[in-house]
Design a protein around this ligand. Structure first.
Ligand SMILES: Nc1ncnc2c1ncn2[C@@H]1O[C@H](COP(=O)(O)OP(=O)(O)OP(=O)(O)O)[C@@H](O)[C@H]1O
Ligand SMILES: [Mg+2]
Length: 311
């Protein structure tokens, strides 16, 4: 693949595949959200689906269906750290592919690399990404407008890029980055490429208004609720000596607390707390039980919300 050679995308991923299916299955409490995202994505990417619906319910293709094709297939995922933005963006292709019976390719572009090189590199990166996708999907539309394959361009960690152009201290180069993004997504729409762009950011407030205006959907992700924490912990700690009551207590204990107005994130639970509990029990040569779980909990605090205590 040219992907890693030209260093543009970290990797591309073709759906459906079994690894993505497993990742999708591991997500807790997001079924309704994923359902909604996938339905909307397919409606935006494949006009024949909407046309068939319109004919079925209205007897004809109503003009408002045409208006939908002017919509930019852009989703913005915003919210705190570790709440599933990247994970959902990376697995919805799996669900779209299964549902629409069309091959989907994910093109992940992470902009954390901003500090990596010279100013203006981000602009070049974006421009090249859109060029590459333009080339890959130039022939993807069939005559009836349906697509033979679909793409998802994931612009992750887009905070740096998506700073509002209205911010006074914004560098000229940053503005060029935003402009490259706008040019790219507008170009894909004009060329009717069957490509969904998903932009993830921690800072919806700093997202350029022109980008927000184009988004077909802005989804704010949140830290898991009590029920979501209980479901995830129950799944991750199944088969241990933790009873349903112990899991419940752990779900309570990972919620908001006095002096700490925020709960644990999904990643706090999945990548820190549970692995720590298991390791701790292993080191002791003991079974995972509530004593160990509570001890680990007390020394494993949740991640602070984005922007809190860092500015
Ligand atoms: N609903 C969920 N169910 C189970 N695990 C989840 C869920 N959401 C997120 N996770 C897990 O939490 C971790 C962090 O998720 P993810 O990387 O998507 O966060 P993010 O919102 O992109 O955070 P950041 O803003 O820091 O990039 C991943 O390991 C992911 O699998
Ligand atoms: Mg992320």
């Amino acid at each position: 693949m040219t992907d890693s050679i030209d260093g543009l995308f970290s990797r591309t991923e073709d759906f459906p595949n079994s690894v993505a299916q497993a990742r999708r299955s591991a997500l807790v409490g997001l079924d309704d959200l994923i359902e909604r995202l996938v339905t909307d994505a397919i409606a935006l990417l494949d006009p024949t689906v909407m046309e068939a619906w319109s004919i079925a319910v209205h007897g004809d293709i109503v003009p408002s269906v045409k208006a939908l094709s002017d919509r930019t297939p852009l989703f913005v995922f915003a919210g705190d750290v570790g709440v599933g933005k990247t994970e959902v963006a990376e697995v919805i292709g799996q669900v779209i592919a299964t549902r629409s019976r069309t091959d989907v390719t994910l093109y992940p572009l992470s902009l954390t690399a901003r500090g990596r090189g010279a100013v203006g590199e981000m602009t070049t990166l974006l421009t090249r990404a859109f060029e590459r996708i333009g080339a890959d999907f130039a022939k993807a539309r069939r005559d009836d407008g349906a697509a033979s394959s679909l793409g998802i361009l994931l612009i992750d960690e887009a905070d740096a890029l998506a700073q509002s152009r209205e911010l006074t201290q914004m560098h000229h180069e940053d503005r060029a980055g935003v402009n490259a993004l706008l040019r790219g997504i507008d170009g894909m729409r004009t060329d009717r490429l069957p490509v969904l762009t998903v932009l993830c950011t921690n800072r919806i407030d700093a997202l350029d208004p022109a980008v927000q205006r184009r988004a077909a959907l802005i989804e704010i992700f949140n830290r898991p609720t009590y029920g979501q924490r209980a479901a995830l912990l129950g799944r991750l700690l199944a088969g241990t000596r933790l009873s349903a009551t112990d899991i419940d207590a752990l779900a309570q204990g990972t919620g908001e607390a006095v002096g700490r107005p925020y709960a644990y994130t999904y990643s706090d639970l999945r990548q820190r707390l549970v692995p720590e509990i298991v390791l701790d029990a292993y080191r002791r040569g003991a079974a995972v039980d509530s004593v160990i779980a509570n001890e680990v909990l007390s020394r494993t605090p949740p991640t602070r919300p984005f922007g809190v205590g860092t500015r």
